[in-house]
Design a protein around this ligand. Structure first.
Ligand code: KTE
Length: 550
């Protein structure tokens, strides 16, 4: 019996898929970054060009049509003015040999020319230096500089800048540390569970300062570390108004299966990161948020901006899109905030909110790239089984499959949680009807467990064949307020063709998951459902906006 290696099976598997759904462009998100063609994973080298007001994202890429992770791994490159629509520029960095990879890394703006790569012909705001892992026999850290604002790079002729004779040191994220007047690099010594912290005056000479070791949920290996200082939205006093956050990714081994990002809150002194406690905190408790990276060179006072790869190594190579695979999450703004973790604990947590042309920023002329083509609102509704709450959008015209929604509700009967009969209410996101069938993405609140879950079961053959594509994913959510009516919760969500991003309680819990309707179906309508004769939920506010790009 010929033993087929898993990698060999992949193309076979994807051939079956393509028979099932000839064109898969209907699954391509419209306001999330995707590769025009080919494979995408980790975001790399993200920076904001303040002079041209242009956002740059590089990403792990293989532009050929197989759309699976394979060498040569390159840095693909896209730019955006509005963080929603992206222009693809092909490869910005390529390995010397086709069986090698330019693995993950970061970019810094070296405005004071500490590297010596630049002269006056390059605007200080556009002195771009990339720091990345060269993956060959060994994994070594290299640097390259750009003289054309980041579209092409010249590799440093004394590379590598760090070589520890290992095949498992990768993913350097570099930042300027004002307080100690040096470049700081966090890089993963993956299977030793170390985030190594190096310092440098010039991006060329690096000294190992410390190791952040064996913290958090270990999984199989650490990957893609990060480090940034975040403002506290509601400081307890006027002395501690910001904290440092160290980020890392683990894959495989997430408690949800596959890949996940975690973070630690603490202090950084230019040498060592000191976590405030031993807790493991996950950045996003969905299955499709990995290898997060923050932008370099943004205005720090409002928080850090960043995004993650919206997929999971458990099934990234087999998701049913053919000419391209995967997307990034929306760009999110990151801050810290004290919240009621539970009735007896008031603690700091990461707050994340999508940064794009939302209803708040719609007045901001520079981000006028989205328009609301359909709007639905319902307020102060005591929901029960007899309620009929559904958008009445005209689905015959060309639906966009892109929505944002806001929900604020009060659980008015708290006793419901103590019976053995659970009661549920939820948002059903329906597709249009194709050949007599409609598909639904369910978002349900279960009173017995005071839990939100999504059910992303669809009719797509991919899901029948992918046992680890978990179909129900849940999270508990603490109430955000209590009134004399009951416990109050809020939820903001964005659904965009094949991705659902949920932000509970003003961004204190985030959950990102992809889903795959079949046969050309896209999200076109919302319905609020409830299974209880006796009302236990009041919909205080629900608004649904169908969005279109101008
Ligand atoms: C890739 O499977 C390996 O060889 C890792 O688990 C994936 O590694 C390579 O992707 C990451 C980074 O650590 C690498 O730099 C990059 C994380 O494409 O997704």
């Amino acid at each position: 019996m010929i033993q087929l290696s898993p990698l060999l099976l992949l193309p076979l598997f994807s051939v079956f898929n393509s028979i099932a759904d000839a064109s898969t462009e209907y699954l391509r998100p419209q306001i999330h970054l995707t590769p025009d063609q080919g494979w995408m994973n980790d975001p790399n080298g993200m920076f904001y060009d303040r002079k041209d007001k242009l956002w740059h994202v590089y990403f792990q890429h293989n532009p050929d049509k197989k759309s699976i992770w394979a060498t040569p791994v390159t840095w693909g490159h896209s730019t955006s003015k509005d963080l929603l629509t992206w222009d693809y520029h092909g490869n910005a960095l390529e390995p010397e040999n086709d069986d090698e990879g330019i693995f993950s890394g970061s970019v810094v703006v070296d405005r004071n020319n500490t590297s010596g790569f630049f002269n006056d012909s390059t605007d200080p705001e556009q002195r771009i230096v990339a720091i990345y892992t060269n993956n060959a026999e060994l994994q070594t850290q290299e640097i390259a500089y750009s003289l054309d604002k980041g579209y092409s790079f010249i590799k440093y002729d004394q590379n590598p800048v760090i070589n520890v004779n290992s095949s498992q040191q990768r993913d350097p994220k570099v930042l300027w540390h004002d307080e100690s007047n040096q470049w700081i690099m966090v890089v993963a010594k993956t299977q030793e569970f170390k985030v190594q912290i190096y310092g440098s005056p010039d991006l060329k000479k690096w000294d190992l300062k410390s190791n952040f070791t064996s913290n958090g949920y270990l999984g199989f290996q650490y990957e893609c570390p990060g480090l940034f200082k975040l403002p506290i939205e509601n400081p307890l006093n006027d002395t501690v108004t910001s904290k440092w956050v160290l980020l890392l990714a683990i894959n495989p081994g997430s408690p949800l299966g596959g890949s996940i990002n975690e973070y630690f809150i603490g202090d950084f002194d230019g040498t060592t990161f000191h976590p405030d406690d031993g807790a493991t905190r996950f950045m996003d408790i969905g299955k499709d948020f990995y290898a997060f990276q923050s932008f370099d060179n943004t205005e720090p006072e409002d928080g850090a901006l960043g995004l993650a790869w919206a997929s999971n190594w458990q099934y990234a190579n087999t998701v049913p899109t053919e000419d391209w695979r995967s997307s990034m999450s929306l760009v999110r703004n990151y801050t810290l905030k004290y919240v009621d973790v539970n009735p007896e604990n008031y603690g700091l947590t990461l707050i994340q909110k999508p940064v794009y042309d939302t209803k708040e920023t719609r007045l901001n002329e520079t981000l006028k790239t989205l328009e609301t083509i359909n709007e639905y609102e319902v307020n102060d509704l005591k929901l029960d089984k007899s309620s009929f709450v559904a958008t009445d959008f005209n689905t015959e015209r060309n639906a966009t499959g892109v929505f944002e929604f806001d929900l604020k509700f009060t659980q008015t009967d708290l006793k419901m949680g103590y019976s053995n009969m659970t009661t549920q209410f939820g948002l059903y996101i329906h597709s249009q009807t194709v050949k007599g069938s409609q598909e639904t993405l369910q978002l349900v609140f279960d009173t017995l467990s005071t839990t939100w879950y999504i059910d992303r079961t669809t009719q797509h053959s991919f899901q029948r064949n992918s046992p680890v594509f978990t179909e129900r994913i849940s999270t508990y959510v603490e109430k955000i307020d209590t009134t004399d009516q009951g416990n109050v919760y809020t939820l903001y969500g964005v659904v965009d063709r094949n991705i659902l991003e949920l932000y509970f309680n003003d961004g204190s819990i985030a959950m990102t998951n992809t889903f795959f309707f079949s046969e050309g179906k896209i999200p076109t309508s919302f319905e609020v459902v409830c299974d209880s004769e006796k009302s236990f939920i009041t919909i205080d506010e629900l608004s649904v906006r169908e969005l279109a790009r101008k």
